[in-house]
Design a protein around this ligand. Sequence first.
Ligand code: SF4
Length: 150
Amino acid sequence: MFCNLCSFKCNVDRENTLGVCKCPNSVKLARAGVHFWEEPCISGSNGSGTVFFSGCNLQCVFCQNYKISQEFFGKEISVNRLAEVFLELQHKNVHNINLVSPTPYVPHIISALDIAKQNGLYIPIVYNTNSYETVETIKSLNRICRCLSA
Ligand code: SF4
């Protein structure tokens, strides 16, 4: 895909070229697990189902997740596997799916949420962003958000 997901608007084909964020064309995941140390309203009593994506389009030098956000710790996985990850977290009784640094992977996330929803995902989605995405990228999430709250 030609990527213009964030305000860098690299317009590069990520299949063949890296943009500013250097994120791959497929989903790269650093960690998924139950997280109790988000804001209390998100972690609640059972924890948040946090999904840390590798890489970040903002690249702050002081990032507390530097190994993940800039050294790309993680593993490339398929959209189908990402959908399974969402469902596995839901089975752990978390309050939500918490997408950390999701911006470079929004199209993959939407596809994975579609699959997961068809297979029973119903808990809320937290879009935990650096806010450096385009309005169009945010709007692309509208459909899936409406579906999940329906
Ligand atoms: S997500 Fe990455 S490749 Fe896409 S526009 Fe932003 S910096 Fe460029």
